[in-house]
Design a protein around this ligand. Structure first.
Ligand code: PMT
Length: 413
């Protein structure tokens, strides 16, 4: 699976001769569907022009820490928050040393310090500089801080010498970056996700529904697939493309969603109910468009099946993760649902104008019997990865499976 598609990659370019390869790297990452933004140090601009990287990334290149215009558009904190991964390529010996010190005296160093996403460096330097104990100690320190060190390669160098210190080729860097996202936390698990709204027909042209866009559920399905699970997504009507490697089943009504989920539940290890199922449907559906009248109109409704409660009540239920969409008393309502539906976990979110539904970011408070975790506001794609990492931990705790390993430590933090 190409995990780079749709990822936000922040590329830091420092001042070494290998900076010319950054142009090719940006091109390859974009070919694989990643969004790329570039931060250059002053020295890097001596080797390659910002214009080249701007043209290839399709985004303005960032360089100045104290440029008020740049900070107003996307400052170091916003850049750090935007990134799913921050790759410094090439990373010079000097930049690596400054990274170890935690400096924040230029934009790239400040972004590295502010960034909570995974950080990777692709060293590029003369072989003697690479072999210096000072450099090796610095690399050890970075590895101990969970920084991914990609390369270097060995071979002929721009300085005329031969040895270790060449930056990895762009193709290899893209491949290794892809590998960083290939989690294995749910490897071999079969995950069923429900997502989106359901629609309950009133007549041939009207229906009852809700504001769910499917973004949260689709992001969870994708994150589970990235974590190695075989994922089936039962989805209500939304305007989203099916994530790669996910088996999609399209439904419209709650009853159809219920039927599709029950058809697959026997082959499911983990059920994640992110769908906003419409709780009621009209008792009868008019065969023709109901004509407008001056008199008021009353719709008689009946309950839809509670899909999640039905699954959790099975004699041998899968591990169940429900969502709770609340406008008030988030924790109390979520804990009630956790108990009432006998779930393993529940992820609670506040919904209302501009919150939870439809928007691209969200925050979750996750509860289980004996624990809870706050997942702070961030993009739904990243939040979903954090949720899946937590789910894998809880799943492992329940079944004590050895095959479940921790997802990217930084994403689960
Ligand atoms: O789709 P987005 O625009 O990205 O918005 C995301 C979201 C707000 C829809 C999502 O994060 C979310 O909260 N989904 C659950 C919405 C919901 O229906 O919550 P609830 O509190 O009403 O239901 C509790 C749980 O029971 C949910 O897991 C729900 O899927 C499930 N349920 C509810 C009713 C029903 N008839 N069958 C169910 O399975």
């Amino acid at each position: 699976m190409n995990t780079l598609s749709g990822k936000h990659i922040l590329l830091g370019v420092t001042g070494g001769i290998a900076a010319y390869k950054s142009a090719e790297l940006v091109r390859r990452l974009r070919e694989q569907g990643a969004e790329v933004r570039v931060v250059m140090t002053a020295a890097a601009r001596e080797f390659i022009t910002p214009l080249t990287l701007q043209a290839l990334s399709g985004q303005p290149v960032h360089s100045d820490l104290l440029d008020p215009r740049a900070e107003a558009a996307m400052g170091h904190i916003e850049l750090a928050r935007w990134a799913d991964v921050l790759l410094v390529a090439p990373a010079t010996a000097d930049f690596i040393a400054r990274l170890v010190q935690g400096r924040a005296d230029d934009l790239l160093a400040a972004v590295c310090l502010a960034c909570e996403a995974s950080l990777a460096v692709a060293p590029a330097m003369n072989r003697a500089m690479w072999q210096q104990p000072a450099t090796q100690d610095n690399l050890e320190t970075l590895r101990a801080r969970r920084v991914h060190v990609l390369g270097p390669a060995t071979g002929s160098q721009a300085c005329g010498e031969t040895g270790p210190g060449r930056m990895l080729e762009p193709e290899e860097l893209a491949r290794q970056l892809d590998g960083l996202f290939q989690g294995g936390a749910l490897a071999g698990r079969r995950v069923l996700v429900s997502a989106g709204p359901t629609r309950e027909a009133i007549d041939p042209v009207r229906y009852i529904s809700n504001r769910s866009s499917g973004k949260m559920g689709y992001a969870v399905a994708r994150a589970a697939a990235e974590a190695g699970a075989r994922v089936t997504l039962v989805t209500g009507p939304v305007a989203l493309a099916l994530p790669e490697q996910v088996n999609g089943i399209q439904v419209e009504t709650a009853e159809q969603m219920h039927a599709a989920v029950m058809e697959h539940i026997a082959d499911t290890d983990i059920f994640i109910a992110a769908a906003a199922v419409t709780d009621y449907r009209p008792q009868s559906v008019a065969g023709q468009k109901i004509k407008k009248s001056t008199a008021g109109m009353t719709l008689a409704l009946e309950s839809n099946p509670d899909i999640l409660a039905t699954v959790a009540a099975l004699p041998e239920p899968p591990f169940t993760l429900g969502f709770a969409a609340e406008t008030d008393s988030l924790e109390a309502n979520a804990r009630n649902k956790l108990r009432a539906k006998s779930l393993d976990m529940i992820a609670a979110n506040v919904v209302g104008p501009g919150q939870g539904f439809e928007v691209d970011d969200n925050a979750l408070q996750v509860f289980w019997d004996g624990g809870e975790r706050q997942l702070g506001r961030t993009r739904k794609t990243r939040l979903a990865r954090q949720l899946v990492a937590l789910l894998a931990e809880r799943y492992q705790a329940k079944y004590n499976t050895d095959s479940v390993i921790k997802l990217h430590a930084k994403d689960s933090a």
